[in-house]
Design a binder for this molecule. Structure first.
Ligand code: PHE
Ligand code: NA
Length: 450
């Protein structure tokens, strides 16, 4: 296995780092608005079922590959393919993971940059008492400007490299141990604040009373896709974090905990956001602007809105940052282990690549709505390519690999023997997971329509 400085020092550190990877913009920005757009309760229920039945087994499969491979995703896949007597092409799954993280981070830093920009904006009272329409204009006019966007997303990238560049123990682990407890404390404070709006019950009902009339087939597919995205499955993030995990730690128990923390973060975010939205008569289905336009409108009118609004955007930035670490680490580990680079050089090189790519997203907001591909902006196309295709494909291949290519002895050894839990995992990962992902693909290319 890896040298000690390249391993999590405790099981808790792995859980916090992996939860850091999982809890991100997906939980706090995306989950509330897609739940809002898809009618709430029934969508949330389907999402929870997807996490439990598909997400957890897939998370276990990805961590398992990393832990047994003990290297970057490419080398780990190569090593395990060899161990299983399979063809070396399987290492392309590792390459796909590295590439996916790379592409995803290139637009993740842009959204994370908005979050960061909103900290000083909220703290300085820029939203206080401002007319709702003005806030939308502020967002369009100021924060979508190329210079401002480049500045903030570069800052996100520099902060990310500052942590990841220090390595596993001094960088990733230390940051997760500090930031993740802080994130959850902030979330709880914000939920507490939301209970004072007098609309907490409305939010509870909206999120947890399933109204199946509101749920469409496409809503189910969105819930499913989001379950993969939110757990960071299929992109090599969990594989690389798994490779820093020492033998003997239970993959099942830690994966379940990570999934629980991720789900808790999403639900708490909903409970912090929806009461505020309802209290001010705003729309829960406001789309991507829910966090960056709708919420600031409310913060601008609420008592202590400046304080809690600032807290909210600090929390959002922390969530985004800890995910950003996990998106760049596969590429860095690959450059170090495969190309023999120093961690410093590898960080600078991959950071520069992501920075260049992020300019595509930045300028796609400005060159105008004209610069589209099949009606989608560059940003939307990239998001669709990554979240709709690359992550599910990576997840599918990892599931197939652990379920059908690796020897049962090997997976049983990693997952702690031939228990009932192991047999359940094997059934889910062999049959249910691949079937469901195939259905998503067939639907996406229009062969079947649900
Ligand atoms: N899970 C992260 C989120 O919810 C996104 C992510 C996906 C991070 C894949 C790493 C890998 O925001
Ligand atoms: Na998440």
């Amino acid at each position: 296995s890896r040298p000690l400085q390249q391993q999590w020092s405790t099981r808790i550190s792995f859980i916090l780092a992996a939860a850091g990877a999982a809890v991100g913009l997906g939980n706090i920005w995306k989950f509330p608005y897609v739940a809002g757009e898809n009618g709430g309760g029934a969508f949330v229920l389907v999402y929870l079922v997807c996490i439990a039945l598909l997400g957890v087994p897939m998370l276990m499969a990805e961590v398992l590959i990393g832990r047994r491979g003990q290297q970057n995703p490419v080398n780990s896949m190569a090593r395990l393919a060899e161990e299983a007597g399979a063809r070396p092409v399987w290492k392309n799954v590792g390459r796909l993971g590295v590439l996916t993280g790379f592409l995803l981070l290139s637009f993740y830093v842009v959204v994370a940059g908005w979050a960061l920009a909103y900290i000083p904006l909220t703290a300085s009272g820029s939203f206080a008492g401002v007319e709702p329409a003005r806030i939308g204009q502020m967002f369009d006019g100021h924060l979508q400007q190329p210079l401002s966007l480049v500045g903030w997303s570069t800052l996100v990238l520099i902060m990310t490299l500052g942590i990841v560049g220090r390595g596993v123990r001094k960088g990733l682990e230390k940051a997760a141990n500090l930031l993740m407890p802080m994130l959850f404390v902030f979330l709880l404070i914000l939920v507490g604040y939301a209970t004072t709006t007098g609309h907490f019950d409305t939010a509870l009902a909206f999120m947890f009373e399933p109204n199946f009339d509101q749920l469409t087939a496409s809503g189910v597919l969105i819930a499913l896709g989001h379950a993969f995205f939110t757990l960071s499955i299929g992109g090599g993030a969990m594989m690389i974090y798994g490779s820093y995990l020492s033998p003997g730690v239970s993959i099942a128990r830690t994966s379940i905990l990570v999934a629980v923390l991720d789900t808790a973060a999403a639900l708490l975010a909903g409970l912090a956001i929806f009461p505020i939205v309802f209290a001010y008569g705003l729309e829960p289905g406001g789309g991507p602007g829910l966090i960056f336009v709708t919420l600031p409108i409310a913060f601008g009118q609420m008592p202590l809105g400046t304080l809690f609004g600032t807290l909210f955007f600090i929390m959002l930035s922390v969530a985004a940052l800890t995910s950003a670490f996990s998106l760049i680490e596969p590429a860095i580990a690959w450059l170090i282990e495969k190309r023999g680079m120093s961690r410093f050089k590898a960080s600078v090189l991959s950071g520069s690549g992501i920075w260049l790519l992020s300019l595509g997203t930045v300028f796609s907001f400005n060159i105008g709505a004209d610069w589209t591909l099949a009606g989608k902006t560059f940003f939307e196309s990239l998001d669709y390519l990554v979240s709709g295709w690359m992550l599910p494909l990576g997840g599918l291949l990892m599931a197939l690999f652990t379920a059908w290519v690796m020897k049962p002895d090997a997976t049983a050894q990693e997952l702690g023997g031939d228990s009932a839990g192991y047999r359940l995992w094997r059934v889910l990962i062999r049959y249910l997971v691949p079937t469901v992902i195939m259905i998503i693909f067939l639907q996406a290319i229009g062969i079947i329509s649900l």
